[in-house]
Design a protein around this ligand. Structure first.
Ligand code: HEC
Length: 399
């Protein structure tokens, strides 16, 4: 990508991309340089090219249709008022997530699979130090809400950085990505490695070494960074929260992302059901093991399925369960609050400080009349982006 993944610098096609709010705090906060969050480390025990563990970091971006739904969930400047029930994405929603490996040549053995990979300098998200270190592109995840995936509503795909592909310029190395595979279901009936029933997953037989041997449980789809005891759709099918926030994150999310090692093989199968995004994973029993679904199933307070979005779950955990403040509120210049700019302009006109014609030519910025408090502008805030872009919906095949 010629703009180094800074979406607002993109000029072609005026694409809009959106982050999930409230991922700035909590247990996995964003780092300040590129907004990356810490992911599960790359482990030498799982990666033939590493002699010691290195960190992994990622950032996800939703397209405009996804941005619409995110705006419906986080529709209030007060994050604890977020509306989890609105987390149902529109067909055609697309999410990309790019993942980076901490780059430490001393930890790499054999040919360096990231030798010319795009590099960023980032900060440690958990440290107060502003020192930076280098990370390099290793994986790109994609998820698309697609009605053709009749059992889950989603297609998940992942790509790995491929040093062997030619690139005309260093910039173009963002395109050096080879598909690892696709999954449109959880393959619930697959129970052992090599099971021929794996038919909701396609794995590319030509994934470049050293990333060609890192699949999910029993051959399901995973990227190099992901936990081999899980798989893309399995982990994401746990995206839910339970209304009636408590300060306990476990009580709020009600299920683990993947089964605990202590769960039996049969119990683990519970994580590989084909749930539609509007079906909650369900409340699991409380510690010590979380292996067993609550019986009878819990329905009050209601469980809110989040349609496979673990980022929305994280934003809700931070904003609702942990009751963290919106870190941006104090920093939004009043004139940029929805409708406040216009209000300020009109006040300036009324006060005789500005001519209406000057406003219409939009050539000047208004003097600040008075800071407008966000809460006073709540109704305007909620009007922003209320309509998903109909052209994109019409464009989507099958509609
Ligand atoms: C063991 C759990 C786990 C597995 C396996 C997993 N993910 Fe995720 N994924 C997460 C978590 C947690 C987040 C949210 C936090 C973040 O983005 O840093 C996330 C975020 C994402 C996002 C951003 C949007 C969203 O839904 O939150 C995409 C897209 C994504 N993953 C795709 C994939 C793909 C494709 C695979 C398989 C190649 C995969 N994931 C495997 C846990 C997992």
């Amino acid at each position: 990508m010629p703009h180094d993944f800074v979406p607002q610098n993109q000029t072609l096609g005026k694409k809009h991309w959106f982050h999930v709010p409230m991922m700035t705090s909590g247990f996995f906060p964003r780092e300040p340089r590129h907004g990356l969050t810490r992911e599960r480390s790359l482990r030498a025990s799982e990666q033939p090219w590493l002699t010691s563990d290195v960190g992994a970091f990622g950032i996800g971006l939703y397209n405009r249709l996804g941005g619409y739904t995110i705006g419906q969930v986080f529709d209030d400047p007060e994050p604890s008022n977020a509306n989890a029930a609105a987390s149902q994405f529109i067909d055609g929603t697309l999410v990309v997530k790019i993942l980076f490996a901490e780059y430490d040549p001393a930890a790499i053995t054999g040919p360096d699979p990231l030798a010319h990979a795009p590099a960023w300098q980032i900060q440690d998200p958990l440290s107060n130090s502003n020192g930076t270190f280098e990370v390099r592109l290793i994986q790109m995840d994609v998820a698309v809400k697609d009605p053709r995936a009749t059992e889950t509503g989603w297609v998940f795909a992942t790509f790995v950085y491929d040093e062997s592909l030619p690139a005309a310029t260093p910039d173009q190395r963002w395109y050096n990505l080879t598909p690892v595979g696709l999954a449109w279901g959880n393959d619930p009936d697959v129970t052992f490695e090599g099971d021929p029933d794996l038919d909701q997953t396609w794995i590319n037989p030509a994934v470049p070494a050293p990333f060609n041997d890192h699949v999910g449980l029993h051959g399901r789809l995973n990227g190099p960074v992901d936990n081999p005891q899980s798989a893309c759709m399995s982990c994401h099918s746990t995206a839910q929260v339970r209304d009636g926030a408590t300060s306990s994150v476990g009580a709020y999310t009600a299920a683990r992302l993947l089964p605990d090692n202590s769960c039996s093989a049969l119990q683990q199968q519970h994580w590989f059901r084909n749930l539609s995004g509007s079906e909650p994973f369900g409340q699991m029993t409380t510690p010590p093991d979380f292996c067993v679904p609550a019986d009878p199933p819990v329905s009050s307070p209601p469980m809110r399925p989040l349609d496979y979005s673990l980022q929305v779950q994280r934003g809700l955990v931070n904003g609702v369960a942990l009751d963290h403040a919106n870190p941006c509120l104090a920093h939004i210049p009043p004139e940029q609050l929805p409708a406040a700019a216009r209000q300020n302009l009109m006040a300036a006109v009324e006060a005789g400080e500005l001519k209406r014609t000057e406003i219409e030519s939009r050539s000047i910025r208004p003097p600040l009349i008075q800071p407008v408090r966000v809460v006073e502008k709540l109704s305007d805030w909620k009007k922003v982006g209320m309509q998903p872009d109909s052209r994109e919906i019409d464009y989507y095949p099958g509609r």
